[in-house]
Design a protein around this ligand. Sequence first.
Ligand code: SD4
Length: 343
Amino acid sequence: MTHRRDFIKWATAGMLGMPLLRPPKYFSFSRRSSVKPLVVSTWDFGIQANEAAWEILKNGGRALDAVEAGVRVPEADPNIQTIGLGGLPDRDGHVTLDACIMDEHGNAGAVACLEHIVHAISVARKVMEKTPHVMLVGEGALEFALSQGFQKQNLLTPASEKAWKEWLKTSDYHPVINIENQLAPHPVPDSTTLPGSRNNHDTIGMLAIDQHGNLSGACTTSGLAFKMHGRVGDSPIIGAGLFVDNEIGAATATGVGEANMRICGTHTVVELMRQGHEPEEACYLALERLVKKQPNYARTIQLAFLAVNKDGLVGAFALQKGFRYAVYTPDTPNKLLESKSFY
Ligand code: SD4
């Protein structure tokens, strides 16, 4: 990080009689001792996902392999209705998956609106490693997955089909008040209404640092339930659902994708860490942009960021109460923490 350089610039400006801007917020010269390996992930199912990632990290494995293995756990769980197999479908009954992955070299791969393949994250990794592209969508993503040996299967479980049929009775596209743990205090303004329903989301975003100090991240979801067919959220968008910069840190997001995409949330978080902000503060400052521009909207949705810096400091912040994340380090064996929130 550039704290020391910032401080010298600031101090030199003073000596040369130039106007003194505010001093950089942090200019400590001593770096915190690095915590590694480490894995963090969003929501309660992060605990099981972290376990799988830790198996790789503790044996000296690569962070990229760890995050892929980690998020494959909820992807394969038919009882989790927000990721992979058993994900709630869109309003036409299609389960469509969004995922992305990013490694320590800044390589990235993503799939969006992918149907019939459980492990969207592994297809995203193949996009990263086997194609000249970053993102494949829809039919093209499916064709590519099949060409890579992935098996086609029906992702719509009886439970999710039942929920969809229940929803069809009203097909209520009423304002999506996408808050996990409470109902909306008041309706979302028209300009920001979205198709969907309440309590219908929970994406897994995972960030890891391996024993070599390298960072990687993964993010995978079935997106908002009962969304319009073809809708893509923030989760597969590099810089929105996930961003990794091996020099600085990494961030991932969960919540209403439309809100996050408008502020390129995780890229913003990482850039704020580059400027010297610690992870929690960087998450707060990124959310503050939304809160300042669209306070009424921000009050009625959930959006949360989870970040880790190169030193292994972890932080999170959410709009609403109730965002939890799982942290696994040598000192903190897999603990669920609750993030601070604006409201
Ligand atoms: C989306 N961001 O598709 C995802 C949903 C989510 O917790 O994160 N839910 O908009």
